[in-house]
Design a protein around this ligand. Structure first.
Ligand SMILES: Cc1cc2nc3c(=O)[nH]c(=O)nc-3n(C[C@H](O)[C@H](O)[C@H](O)COP(=O)(O)OP(=O)(O)OC[C@H]3O[C@@H](n4cnc5c(N)ncnc54)[C@H](O)[C@@H]3O)c2cc1C
Ligand code: SF4
Length: 344
């Protein structure tokens, strides 16, 4: 661990002042501290010195740790813990898809510590990104991407660039993308709202940037619009190396609005396949008016995966993603309670 400075302002203006000065916020610390210990942050090779941490936990009392009703939707505070969010009665009742996705991630201890804001900004799990002894365009732009011809079992099959093929590792974000969440941020000169689909980026020629959050901006909360029509038919499927405590190889958040067997509306987002949660809204629109079932769902899966390509070790993700989409939609059709194992 390298030396760093640490402040803990008691109000939001104090935090925003430190952020404007280049400080990095720390919330649960479950990703940030690992990155500091590995030397990815706070060393010259990490390219991010000097490091000043601004602890934002003391401003939770300003409401940033709350989960509150907002009309038929909800506001999830950035400092609410992942566990408190997943088990909150309003989240379980109105957004069972989100609750399932959060509970599929990490471990109980980590979810008790990890915050909603930090979950959105966790970094990729590409092994080269964490190893400061090797090149990596995301860590040190312009040095290269060894993953393209190396260890890439966990890597992306969609939206990659020649500069980076990393994935975004979050489970929570996959559900938030399907649910059309909006990220609310503040800086010293005001605030703005970022639709979830515009929050994370594809790597392009700037793989060092994961999101569209600007320097000096703090996430205050995440807004969830009304999703009542999807409550009865949703499912989160996560395929991984172990049954717990492993990142997704492929995950799918699926939700359907059904009239009998007829599809009135669909939401499908994928994790583990791209630099951001992946969603193809045309595929959802093409499902409208069709009968729920394997034929329609297979067509949708093929549409969503158009342009997908493997990099060697992760070629298996192409059929895996297709099957996972179909299975998630079949599971959503049977009903949320079945998908969550609450009914047989
Ligand atoms: C062993 C292990 C297994 C895991 N498995 C999974 C998994 O299966 N699925 C999954 O989804 N996740 C998994 N995680 C990741 C975990 O969910 C994240 O580490 C956690 O959500 C990050 O939240 P945090 O509050 O600890 O963030 P921190 O580590 O405190 O911060 C992370 C980043 O967010 C920034 N930040 C934090 N809050 C704000 C804010 N309000 N505004 C602006 N910037 C902010 C920080 O500056 C930092 O850059 C795993 C983690 C570990 C260590
Ligand atoms: S995939 Fe991205 S994070 Fe991994 S080595 Fe390549 S540039 Fe770095």
């Amino acid at each position: 661990m390298n030396p760093f400075s640490y402040t803990q302002p008691k109000d939001i203006d104090g935090v925003l002042a430190r952020l404007a000065n280049g400080a990095r916020p720390i919330a649960g610390g479950t990703n940030l501290l690992d990155l500091m210990k590995e030397g990815v942050y706070g060393t010259p090779s990490g390219g991010m010195t000097p490091l000043e941490l601004v602890d934002i936990n003391a401003i939770a009392t300003a409401g940033l740790d709350r989960i509150e009703e907002s009309g038929k939707g909800l506001r999830l505070g950035a400092l609410a813990r992942n566990a408190d969010t997943a088990y909150h009665p309003l989240v379980r009742e109105r957004y069972p898809l989100l609750s399932s996705a959060i509970l599929a991630g990490a471990s109980p201890q980590l979810r008790n510590m990890a915050t909603n804001g930090g979950n959105l900004l966790q970094r990729t799990r590409c092994v080269y990104f964490y190893d400061v002894g090797v090149p990596c365009n995301k860590r040190e732009p312009g040095t290269g991407c060894p993953a393209k011809h190396g260890i890439n079992r966990q890597h992306a099959i969609l939206g990659t660039s020649e500069h980076c093929i990393a994935t975004h590792p979050s489970d929570m974000c996959v559900a938030l993308r399907a649910l059309d969440a909006v990220v609310h941020v503040r800086a010293r000169d005001g605030g703005r709202e970022i639709p979830f689909g515009e929050f994370h980026r594809l790597p392009g020629d700037r793989p060092e940037l994961d999101s569209t959050l600007q320097p000096g901006e703090l996430i205050t909360h995440i807004a969830l619009p009304d999703a009542a029509r999807f409550v009865d038919h949703s499912a989160y499927i996560k395929v991984r190396e172990r049954l717990s405590y492993a990142f997704a190889l492929v995950s799918v958040a699926a939700a359907l609005d059904l009239d009998g067997d007829a599809i009135r509306g669909a939401r499908i987002a994928l994790g583990g396949v791209a630099h951001k949660p992946w969603r193809v809204e045309e595929a959802e629109r093409e499902l409208e008016g069709k009968q729920a079932g394997e034929a329609a769902f297979t067509q949708a899966a093929e549409r969503i995966l158009e342009g997908a390509r493997g990099w060697g070790q992760n070629d298996f993700k192409l059929p895996l993603a297709k099957n996972a989409i179909v299975q998630a939609l079949m599971s959503a059709t049977r009903g949320t309670a079945y998908a969550r194992g609450e009914k047989e």
